[in-house]
Design a protein around this ligand. Structure first.
Ligand SMILES: Nc1ncnc2c1ncn2[C@@H]1O[C@H](COP(=O)(O)OP(=O)(O)OP(=O)(O)O)[C@@H](O)[C@H]1O
Ligand SMILES: [Mg+2]
Length: 438
């Protein structure tokens, strides 16, 4: 063998080995991309809880999906293009002009089969295990490529915004929500997902979209203690109340100075009676305001999701809702938020809420004006619009554009509404009948 040809020979084999190595790297990137995007976060979390450090790293790097995919694609393209360029050089040296076509053909087959389909198929069947194995290397790749990926990201956003396209990083979360909701509605018609399950899931999905104002108990319905009343009367009021926590006001109901918890009250009363020799007579000395806890005020625009987390974190389940000027709007408890998910919760003292909607013989439904449209829709599987008003009474007032009097009837959204009772300016009871039934 001549020395020149043996040097060319060596170069041939080195290049071929480099191409092979690059194909292996390419397969690694493709498989990692699939494994990390397909792995279930729930399964990864339970693996990480069991001490699998790869799984916890996989969780961390999949938090910023855009950065992950950017880095992996960059790596993948880099090795693919390098491998193809090397192959083209190699084949043209060996076969002349036709080397380009040959290199394209051979590399397409090799990349497709060994660097794409094979690793991706493997990755998708073992997503979580594969994800936790590759995560340390991919984490390193992300760190190395992050300046380039950041620049690419900015370039992409810039070009898109030139064409008037806005990129919203949260849009995919919304899309997932819509997708789940859509799938559940579909399940409804096919009878796949039970109505109760569907309501529960949709209720939980909606928590972040809705505010406490939409479900709070309106201030007119809050049972409160007037701090200036006779202590004897206050005690009777607390005993007769179905509620455990009663806000205390002084002078004006807007001026809430605290919230009395029945249990605190009983403790304080007991102590008071032990300490005084004539409890019945000295009862007037008992100061209710001292027993009260500090009220917990929240803005009416708080999302149900946030408020639920606050309740759980603060370990209090009772909040007074105020508007932007600090004026009292209503009351909300943890139970009210949970009811949006699981439906009506009734305890020993709740007024009969077994049948919030009563059906009359004439096909009319008797409904409390303060019932929310969502609850009504949920109870009867109707779809009255709830974007203009929260309560059924509110909807009637909105549609009628006035405060109707008792006996007035209206037809809209496919239903007939009749006002049955009114207190001051509030519609307190209604009869509703679907028009299609006529
Ligand atoms: N002082 C109150 N006035 C009017 N409604 C109240 C009052 N306190 C609670 N509610 C309402 O009663 C329902 C039940 O709430 P929750 O179970 O938190 O209160 P509770 O039954 O009084 O207390 P607990 O169950 O802790 O003994 C909720 O819809 C809530 O809005
Ligand atoms: Mg209760």
């Amino acid at each position: 063998m001549e020395p020149a040809s043996s040097a060319a020979d060596a170069a041939f084999w080195i290049t071929a080995a480099a191409i092979l190595g690059l194909l292996v790297l390419s397969a690694f990137f493709s498989g990692s991309e699939t494994a990390l995007t397909a792995a279930s976060r729930g399964k990864l979390r339970s693996m990480s809880d069991k001490g699998n450090s790869g799984a916890s790293r996989a969780l961390r790097i999949t938090e910023d999906n855009e950065r992950l995919i950017g880095s992996v694609l960059l790596g993948n393209n880099l090795v693919n293009i390098l491998a193809t360029s090397l192959a083209t050089a190699l084949f043209t040296r060996a076969f002349g002009e036709s080397g380009v076509a040959l290199a394209t053909l051979v590399m397409t087959v090799l990349v497709l089969v060994f660097a794409e389909v094979l690793p991706k198929t493997y990755a998708i069947t073992n997503a979580e295990t594969a994800a936790s194995r590759v995560s340390p290397v991919i984490a390193l790749v992300i760190t190395v490529f992050s300046p380039i990926v950041g620049a690419v990201r900015m370039l992409v956003r810039g070009v898109l915004s030139l064409f008037g396209v806005k990129t919203d990083p949260d849009s995919h979360i919304l899309a997932v929500r819509e997708e789940i909701a859509g799938a559940l509605q579909l399940g409804h018609s096919e009878g796949v997902v039970e109505k109760e399950d569907r309501d529960r899931i949709l209720g939980a999905l909606d928590l972040s979209e809705r505010t406490v104002e939409e479900i709070m108990l309106h201030r007119s319905g809050i049972e409160m203690i007037d701090a200036d009343n006779d202590p004897q009367d206050i005690l009777r009021q607390c005993l007769e109340s179905n509620h455990t926590r009663l806000p205390v006001f002084r002078g004006d109901p807007e001026n809430i100075i605290g919230v009395v918890h029945a249990k605190d009250l009983f403790r304080a009363m007991y102590q008071f009676m032990q300490e005084s020799d004539k409890p019945a007579e000295s009862m007037s000395q008992f100061r209710f305001a001292d027993v009260a806890m500090k009220p917990y005020f929240i803005p009416d625009s708080t999302s149900l999701d946030d408020q639920m987390r606050q309740f759980l974190r603060r370990r209090t389940h009772f909040a007074l809702v105020v508007d932007e000027y600090g004026a009292l709007q209503g009351l909300i408890t943890l139970e009210d938020i949970l009811e949006e998910i699981v439906g009506e919760i009734t305890d020993e003292f709740d007024p009969d809420a077994d049948h919030p909607v009563k059906r009359g013989e004439d096909g009319n439904y008797w409904i409390d004006g303060a019932m929310t449209i969502r609850d009504l829709n949920r109870a009867l599987d109707w779809s009255l619009p709830d974007d203009e008003a929260n309560t059924v009474a509110g909807l009637v007032i909105h549609e009628a554009q006035m405060i109707p009097t008792i006996g007035q009837c209206f037809s809209f959204h496919g239903f007939r509404f009749e006002v049955v009772a009114r207190e001051n300016n509030r519609i307190t009871a209604l009869k509703i009948r679907p028009l299609a039934a006529e």
